[in-house]
Write a new protein. Structure first.
Length: 260
């Protein structure tokens, strides 16, 4: 594996302040989603982002992040990967995360790749049906794996932060550029996994980027404490990293080295 399975640290976090302005919608197959649309004056025509969330799913922080991508010009769709069974923020110590993935809280609502892959395909189809011709994807923690897995289904460019559960073969198979934001302290994406990922990325011959942030832990880009300067800085940098990456690969028409 190029990153380990999720663990308790996957839900620890702080609520961010703000009023989400997107809408909760239902797409194909009854899948719930959150849609943030850009202001007409800034909209990148025909370009959109699939937001593949952490295990807390569609919640205050992810909604605000999607709104922020929209304010940068991108239509942004967050998918409910969990059929209404997202994990709670700051779950209790006895929350069995691997059991939740295997079976869901009810025992009959698994959150495995067999269930989630088709949800991702529905999200990509929704974007295409609504005029998005070039699709970027951002994936946080648990969601990162599904960005990596679905380049083949039309994701042109990806950004992931503190990934979990990514298989080496999945990473090796990406067919477009990938940017990664990583935390110094992360038992799920520790130094050896980062280095392994680096070796794999070199072999893909794709454009890639890895940014490492000191002073933060797994989850920082979505759930960091905005009142702690180092955490706020890393969260904002990771967001701008994603936007610059997407802008460069999906919006900026200039080729490297060509002056316009
Ligand atoms: C989550 O737990 C941390 C400490 O572990 C706490 O500081 C934080 O306020 C909690 N977040 C929420 C939203 O309750």
């Amino acid at each position: 594996m190029a990153s380990d399975p999720p663990a308790q640290c996957c839900t620890t976090g702080f609520l961010h302040e703000g009023n989400p302005t997107g809408s909760l919608i239902t797409i194909d197959n009854g899948i719930k989603a959150y849609l943030a649309s850009p202001p007409a004056s800034k909209a990148h025509a025909g370009v959109g982002i699939l937001y593949v969330p952490d295990i807390i799913g569609i919640w205050q922080n992810s909604k605000l992040m999607a709104d922020a991508y929209a304010s940068e010009g991108y239509t942004c769709l967050i998918l409910d990967l969990f059929n209404g069974d997202a994990a709670p923020l700051n779950m209790s110590d006895d929350f069995d995360i691997m059991g939740w993935i295997a079976k869901g809280s009810s025992g009959e609502n698994p959150h495995t790749k067999e269930v989630i892959d088709p949800i991702i395909l529905s999200g990509l189809k929704y974007l295409r049906d609504n005029g998005v011709k070039r699709i970027g994807a951002v994936g946080y923690c648990f969601g990162a794996k599904y960005v990596i897995r679905h380049y083949k289904d039309g994701i042109e460019c990806g950004f992931i932060a503190h990934p979990s559960f990514v298989e080496a073969e999945e990473l090796a198979a990406i067919t477009g550029p990938l940017s990664i934001a990583a935390a110094e302290t992360d038992s799920i994406f520790p130094m050896e996994k980062r280095h392994e990922s680096e070796r794999i990325l070199i072999e893909t011959k794709q454009d890639y980027q890895i940014n490492m942030f000191s002073g933060v832990e797994h989850g920082f880009s979505v759930r960091g404490d905005p009142n702690v300067k180092v955490q706020r800085f890393a969260k904002e940098q990771a967001f701008h990293q994603a936007v610059s990456w997407l802008d460069s690969h999906l919006v900026d028409k200039r080729e490297y080295g060509v002056k316009v």
